[in-house]
Design a protein around this ligand. Structure first.
Ligand SMILES: C[S@@+](CC[C@H](N)C(=O)[O-])C[C@H]1O[C@@H](n2cnc3c(N)ncnc32)[C@H](O)[C@@H]1O
Length: 259
């Protein structure tokens, strides 16, 4: 079957569901069923057994990470944008990510980094890393089958047991999404050019990492929060939506330049 194992969105007027196409399987909705075998092209429009139209297509990155089954809380797409700019990240970056979690950020980084760049991701939870690895492989095989992406090195470790010198020659950027990123400095001192970015939900955590970065001679320390307001633009209705995603997290960035 042509689209076997492809991740798709089933979209009706008011709902979106993520699903994996599999031979002889059926997608069940409140408005009837769709046989996976009837999906012959992508993107496509199909009718359910109750004559309701659905659009079926391969998800964009943000649809995929917002709709996917996940473990730990992901970084929202709007905050990934902010992390990329705050961290001065380009395809040439060599990144150590602390807190693989559900792999949302890891996936995005693997999509933008050059295939020769380094991407190392650390997490104390083997379960989370295994789930993240599967998620990333599934997205890549659906959206970019056959494309060579940067290899991801998974380190299954607690930050308190991590020795930065073991990987420092492969890293110019550290991104953290864990509750206590300052633990990094308990065992490690930075001796090289390094860009630092921490994603943190609470302002007391922000205060602590800012203090720690200053004590460790980081400069240009910046704290930002990104609020995204969606608008409805539909004939005569032109206004912001009533609801929005409010606070998610703060992005703290800084640079270490001189030892
Ligand atoms: C919020 S999740 C990261 C989510 C991820 N950024 C994403 O977008 O999917 C935090 C992860 O950090 C890991 N973690 C928390 N504290 C840690 C520590 N001290 N050392 C290593 N991993 C830690 C947890 O196991 C969890 O998987």
């Amino acid at each position: 079957m042509k689209f076997d194992n492809t991740v798709v969105v089933f979209k009706s007027n008011n709902t979106k569901h993520l699903s994996v196409i599999q031979e002889d399987q059926t997608f069940v909705t409140q408005n009837g069923t769709i046989k996976h075998n009837d999906i012959k092209t992508l993107p496509t429009k199909v009718k359910t057994s109750k004559d309701q139209e659905y659009e079926v297509y391969i998800p964009s990155f943000d649809e995929f990470i917002l709709l996917m089954k996940r473990g730990p809380q992901i970084i929202y797409p709007k905050d990934i944008g902010s992390i990329i700019i705050s961290g001065n990240i380009s395809k040439f970056s060599n990144i150590l990510e602390i807190g693989t979690g559900s792999g949302a950020l890891t996936l995005y980084l693997s999509l933008i980094l050059d295939k020769d760049s380094n991407l190392i991701t650390l997490d104390e939870s083997n379960k989370n890393q295994r789930r993240a690895k599967k998620t990333i492989e599934r997205y890549i095989s659906s959206n970019h089958a056959g494309t060579k992406i940067s290899e991801i090195e998974y380190l299954n470790l607690q930050l308190s047991d991590f020795i930065f010198d073991d990987v420092s020659n492969k890293v110019d950027t550290v991104i953290t999404d864990i509750p206590e990123p300052w633990e990094f400095f308990d065992n490690n001192s930075v001796k090289q050019n390094l860009q630092w970015v921490s994603y943190l939900p609470s302002i007391t955590q922000v205060q602590k990492i800012v203090t720690e970065l200053s004590n460790n001679k980081f400069i240009n320390i910046n704290v930002t929060e990104t609020l995204n307001r969606e608008w409805i633009v539909d004939n005569r209705i032109v206004r912001p939506k009533n609801e929005m995603v409010g606070h998610t997290g703060f992005v703290v960035s800084g640079r270490f330049l001189f030892s």
